[in-house]
Design a protein around this ligand. Structure first.
Ligand SMILES: C[S@@+](CC[C@H](N)C(=O)[O-])C[C@H]1O[C@@H](n2cnc3c(N)ncnc32)[C@H](O)[C@@H]1O
Length: 288
């Protein structure tokens, strides 16, 4: 992958929001290359957790065919270098004043660009179907009759587990993995079935939970989770600035608050996380 260079960006999300779907491509400053058929398509593409070399080969191929790439703010610019020079790079996560482009506007933009005959890549962090609103974009594209492909990506929990060298599942320690969000649409912790999560005895991967971790931890402990259960927060998994904060479900909320993460942060909870602390093998841990 070539050295990263800052891509050409739309000046501001608000400035490229289409007034209707039909004029979206012109508003975004993107024109259809000569010879391109008038029916476009879209791909919802997982960009992985941040390291450019965790992009899949299929995702790289989709980027290589793109006429327009809509991406979120945290993306490594090196990934955008895979798109052809003519492709328009549009940062839909960029903030104008205090506002990022809202989901409805992003949906309209993808549809509008595809209707101009362009191949549109909607590049999303991690996997597009895990806490990524990929389903909403898929619905909008289907409703508009735009052909769409979905390309999976490495989700943050898998990247964090790989860095820690802990298995998310293990036949003797964790027979399930539960992806939960710590952040509901109103900003508070969603009403998960905490008792069911604890009963399952698997590993919990809590996305968007670093601010709500005190409430998440309290709910799990109230539902019967052992206070000594190992837990870890992984900030910026797979990136150069990756950091880990290791503790238990009882101690991690305060430890994490003290470490004040500024990058995307994921919390993993469960017996397997104890393997990270000791650097022990599964067999050694079970024998203890
Ligand atoms: C809107 S969700 C998107 C998740 C993404 N679709 C995925 O599959 O990883 C954003 C949350 O994912 C987690 N996340 C994403 N990238 C991360 C990374 N590199 N390291 C740690 N957590 C990450 C954080 O919990 C962050 O708040």
């Amino acid at each position: 992958m070539s050295a990263s260079r800052l891509p050409e960006r739309a000046p501001c999300a608000a400035a490229i929001m289409p007034s209707s779907t039909s004029d979206a491509a012109e508003d975004a400053g993107t024109t259809r290359p000569a010879g391109r058929p008038a029916h476009g398509s879209a791909a919802l593409v997982g960009a992985g957790p941040g390291a450019p070399d965790l992009l899949t080969v299929r995702a790289a191929r989709a980027l290589g065919r793109a006429d327009a790439v809509l991406y979120d703010a945290l993306l490594d610019p090196a990934v955008l270098d895979l798109a052809p020079p003519h492709a328009r790079r549009i940062d839909v996560g960029k903030r104008c004043g205090r506002h990022a482009m809202n989901q409805a506007a992003i949906n309209r933009l993808i549809v509008g660009l595809a209707r101009q005959g362009l191949h549109v890549v909607r590049l999303k962090g991690g996997d597009p179907f895990l806490f990524g609103r990929g389903g909403e974009e898929l619905d909008a594209l289907r409703a508009a009759g735009v052909p769409v492909e979905v390309i999976p990506g490495v989700t943050a929990a898998c990247a964090a587990a790989a860095s820690l060298q802990v298995p998310l599942t293990h036949r003797d320690m964790a027979r399930s993995i539960h992806f939960i969000t710590g952040h509901g649409s109103d900003g508070t912790v969603p009403a998960h079935d905490w008792a069911a999560l604890v009963r399952a005895g698997g590993t919990i991967a809590a996305y968007m939970a670093h601010r709500t971790l005190p409430a998440v931890a309290a709910a799990l402990v109230a539902a019967g989770l052992d206070v000594a259960t190992p837990a870890v927060a992984v900030e910026s998994a797979s990136r150069a600035e990756e950091r880990h904060v290791l503790g238990t479900i009882a101690t991690l909320p305060a430890l994490l608050a003290a470490s004040a993460p500024s990058g995307p942060t994921l919390v993993l909870i469960g017996a397997v996380i104890g393997l990270a602390e000791a650097g022990a093998t599964v067999e050694a841990r079970l024998a203890a």
